[in-house]
Design a protein around this ligand. Sequence first.
Ligand SMILES: Nc1ncnc2c1ncn2[C@@H]1O[C@H](COP(=O)(O)OP(=O)(O)OP(=O)(O)O)[C@@H](O)[C@H]1O
Ligand SMILES: [Mg+2]
Length: 228
Amino acid sequence: MQKILVINSKGGCGKTTLATNLASYFVSQGLSTALLDFDPQGSSIRWLSQRPKSGPEIYGVHVASRKNNTGVTRAFQKRVPPETERMIIDAPAGVTGYELKELVQMADTILVPVLPSSIDIHAVTRFIEELLVVAKVRQLGLNVAVVANRAKKNTLTYRSLERFLKTLKLPFITTLRDTQNYVHAAERGIGIHEMWDKRTESDKAQWRPLLRWLEDVYPVKTKRKIAH
Ligand SMILES: Nc1ncnc2c1ncn2[C@@H]1O[C@H](COP(=O)(O)OP(=O)(O)OP(=O)(O)O)[C@@H](O)[C@H]1O
Ligand SMILES: [Mg+2]
């Protein structure tokens, strides 16, 4: 099972958007998929409840409260069906310290979405430092990558985010543009890979490097080959 944690201590940077679109992509590829929502707000689980009944099913777990409960994080993983091939974990904002370590230890792959704003750039610098120093993602051998989100290309803030991400010692995998397609998909409980109109084509193209990277870093061979 590939376990993908979507996390950034900064709120509103696109964690749920990335997590739900990933889950929707994997399930639409015929992979058995679970979505673990660690946010008390339960946005991913709400998204799941909006899913069309006719579509392929994603197994959802909402972990609403885990404070002061050592080991609870990983106990929830046991609730995921054993046949699960992709487990996506949607983290809440503000996770640090022990809680961060616990979540990180559940995963083999970590995605950090970042928005193009000076506040977000500043916040993610500290967060990445914490991932490396406190959560020790390198020592654990985890694959960590950064995704720029809500980009408006040719703006100064996007260019400074891009410059900043290229200086990191972590792979900067792709840039997702700012588009209502994600907002519409979220309302319908689907992802952009389940939308077929032409307007989503450039978004799907932006996802391709990320999907390829996820497949490359997953060491265990999957039975089914995924078409990008
Ligand atoms: N690429 C995008 N284009 C347009 N809107 C987006 C994009 N990504 C996210 N959004 C919107 O931005 C808002 C915040 O995104 P999201 O909920 O995914 O962030 P989050 O990191 O999960 O937030 P929180 O920290 O509250 O959990 C949502 O309304 C979402 O629809
Ligand atoms: Mg969220």
